[in-house]
Design a protein around this ligand. Structure first.
Ligand SMILES: Nc1ncnc2c1ncn2[C@@H]1O[C@H](COP(=O)(O)OP(=O)(O)OP(=O)(O)O)[C@@H](O)[C@H]1O
Ligand SMILES: [Mg+2]
Length: 405
């Protein structure tokens, strides 16, 4: 296999991030260029100004291309926003061939059957992720290929997005002279970079706490069973600080970074901060942050309430996961539930080894962009397995369906 370039383009509400990597012979990734720029024209994950968004995406691509010393042809691109819709569905087919052997065609037929669902107006399917196959009432099968049976059933998690939103982002990226390999839901990409197989199998609430959106997903038995996006993120925290303290958003952002702590109980009552001619109480600043973050996580917990009993941990990533005191606040909120809470960073030593710029990129903000590259690797593996006609490797088992559609 020749050396090949993979590019991840993470179009966020606060930042545009691009990473380019060379796919080495043994499916290792060597990062050769990256960029991170403030994004414009995107709010809460949705496009609000085409020209502004185009210019920031174009600039971010150019910067990463310069560093990589090569031009990019196409990329895996993130998508998020409140328009994301998910549901669980199932499909069933009868095995018709005389030997009752389940073929690749039967598997695609049953997955197609699971896709016949009623979606809200204007939505299209982005991912269909099988959680299990059932052959003649035998549950829990990950890959039924080659088995024999009378009937084949599948349970899937379907993620859909607004067609118009996809079209708008497609136009932005294509105007920047870049082709799109696949749109990938932000949480699907970042989970790939952050979560271990164990975490995905044992049950995890995975949260990507970004600038304009917060992506929520629940993983069980290795795959997502719930996905949604709330149009609330770190920018709302910053805005609350700016409004309450009557300061600019850039000053508010600075205060949040330097003195912010999401659990105000931990801050001494008499600690003061001086900004310009003002003296404010640090605890008061932290209370403003806490109120918003607590509200966000209350919403998240209420959405996934029915999954709580099956969770083993909570993992939070996205640049807002850098907010100091976040784990303390969550522990306080969880009380009796006592689930371990972890800040998730992209893993460089996972199933796919990543080489280069670890210090700069192993941060919660880059989880999505790294995850997009990993999805790219899975995509290329699936392609090469198909070409060789050989047995599918373990790590692509659960995921090739995401990108294979
Ligand atoms: N050290 C920090 N402390 C607190 N907040 C931080 C810190 N670093 C970054 N943030 C916040 O992270 C947010 C940006 O997160 P991120 O870059 O993941 O968002 P994005 O991917 O651009 O947006 P989207 O929500 O659309 O995914 C900003 O609101 C910023 O204030
Ligand atoms: Mg993001």
């Amino acid at each position: 296999m020749s050396r090949e370039l993979l590019v991840g383009l993470d179009i966020g509400s606060s930042n545009i991030r691009v990473i380019a990597a060379t796919l080495l012979e043994d499916f290792q990734l060597e990062i050769i260029g990256y960029s991170q720029l403030k994004s414009k024209g995107i709010k809460k994950g949705s496009l609000i100004n085409f020209e502004a968004a185009y210019s920031s995406v174009d600039e971010a691509i150019a910067e990463a291309e310069k560093m990589a010393g090569t031009e990019f042809e196409s990329a895996f691109v993130s998508i998020s926003g409140a328009h994301i819709y998910s549901l669980n569905s199932s499909g069933r087919v009868t095995i018709t061939n005389p030997r009752k052997e389940i073929t690749v065609d039967d598997i695609s037929a049953v997955i197609n059957a699971s896709k016949t669902v009623q979606l809200p107006h204007g939505k299209e399917i982005l991912h269909v992720i099988p959680s299990q196959f059932i052959v003649d009432n035998n549950e829990g099968i990950k890959d039924p290929h080659g088995m024999v049976g009378e009937t084949l059933e599948v349970e899937v998690h379907i993620i859909a997005a607004d067609s118009m939103a996809l079209q708008n982002f497609r136009r932005v990226v294509e105007r920047a002279q870049l082709g799109i390999e696949e749109f990938i839901l932000e949480s699907v990409a970042s989970a790939e970079a952050v979560l271990t197989e164990d975490e995905k199998n044992l049950g995890v609430l995975f949260i990507n706490f970004g600038g304009g959106t917060t992506d929520i997903s629940v993983y069980q038995n290795g795959v997502p069973v719930y996905s949604s996006v709330l149009p609330i993120g770190g920018e709302h925290v910053t805005n609350d600080i700016a409004i309450c303290l009557k300061i600019s958003t850039s000053e508010a952002e600075k205060l949040k970074f330097e003195y912010g702590y999401a659990c105000s109980d931990f801050i001494e009552r008499d600690e003061k901060i001086e900004i310009q001619e003002m003296v404010i109480s640090r605890r008061e600043l932290c209370k403003i942050i806490e109120v918003r973050v607590e509200e966000l996580f209350t919403l998240i917990f209420s959405q996934i309430e029915k999954y709580f009993p099956s969770l083993s941990s909570i993992v939070i990533t996205g640049d807002s996961a850098n907010l100091n005191g976040l784990v303390d606040l969550l522990k306080k909120m969880l009380g009796e539930k006592m689930l371990p809470v972890k800040i998730g960073k992209p893993r460089f030593d996972g199933e796919v080894q990543i080489i280069g710029f670890q210090e700069k990129l192993m941060t919660p903000g880059f989880s999505t962009a790294i995850g997009l590259l990993l999805i790219g690797v899975i995509n290329r593996m699936a392609q090469s397995e198909l070409e060789k006609g050989s047995i599918v490797k373990k790590i692509i088992d659960s995921l090739k369906s995401i990108i294979g559609k």
